[in-house]
Design a protein around this ligand. Structure first.
Ligand code: ZN
Length: 206
């Protein structure tokens, strides 16, 4: 098992050349393009405070899961070693990484046709592997990094839709709303679910 922790133990190597930017980080761009996975969840925990309190506190597990995926992915690209998470619930491998993220998207499968991000993300993942020579020839072997950013946006969008549908079904009397942060009229803002009207005092204690 410990051999999986060694540098370079991964059978998969991505298009980005290794140790070209930093002598200690194997794939620099592929490592730091995971930053959204751990910068955003604390913000999301804050934005979804009402949802967590009045509707479903389990949403916080998903934000933590996104951070685990991001940290594992960054570690993987920094060292190109396979990591076995000690709890055993997530075996880190590019395929497992992709699979874990895909299962987050499944709840909103009906929205996939509107989910341009998902298609773009998958597209980037595939073309990084298939057309690496072409990307190298134009000095842009970073399509896998682009995939990290797009798959984060796609996973997050799917989770917001799932949370919104869940809130509308479970708590219609509390009038859940899809809002955007930092400004509600800002289309490029971060969408979140707001629940402004607790039904009565007893609901606050659930
Ligand atoms: Zn990756």
């Amino acid at each position: 098992m410990w051999s999986h922790l060694e540098r370079g133990s991964s059978p998969v190597d991505w298009c980005e050349s290794n140790y070209s930017i930093s002598p200690v980080i194997a794939e620099f761009v592929n490592t730091f393009s995971n930053v959204l996975f751990f910068l955003f969840p604390p913000v999301l925990m804050h934005l979804f405070q009402e949802y967590s309190k009045f509707c479903n506190p389990a949403i916080n597990i998903l934000w933590v899961l996104l951070m685990v995926v991001g940290i594992s992915s960054a570690y993987f690209h920094a060292t190109l070693s396979l990591v076995v998470i000690s709890t055993g619930f997530l075996v880190m491998h590019p395929a497992a990484n992709a699979f874990a993220l895909m299962t987050l998207i499944v709840p909103s499968i009906g929205f996939l046709f509107k989910e341009l991000h998902t298609f773009l993300a998958l597209f980037c993942w595939v073309i990084d592997r298939l057309f690496c020579d072409a990307w190298l020839s134009i000095d842009f072997p970073y399509m896998h990094g682009v995939w990290h950013i797009l798959i984060f946006i796609a996973s997050y969008t799917a989770l917001v839709l799932w949370a919104y549908i869940n809130a509308v079904e479970e708590r219609p009397e509390q009038k859940p709303q899809l809002r955007y942060w930092p400004r509600n009229d800002f289309e490029l803002g971060v969408p979140y679910v707001s629940i402004k009207k607790p039904y009565n005092k007893q609901d606050l204690n659930i």
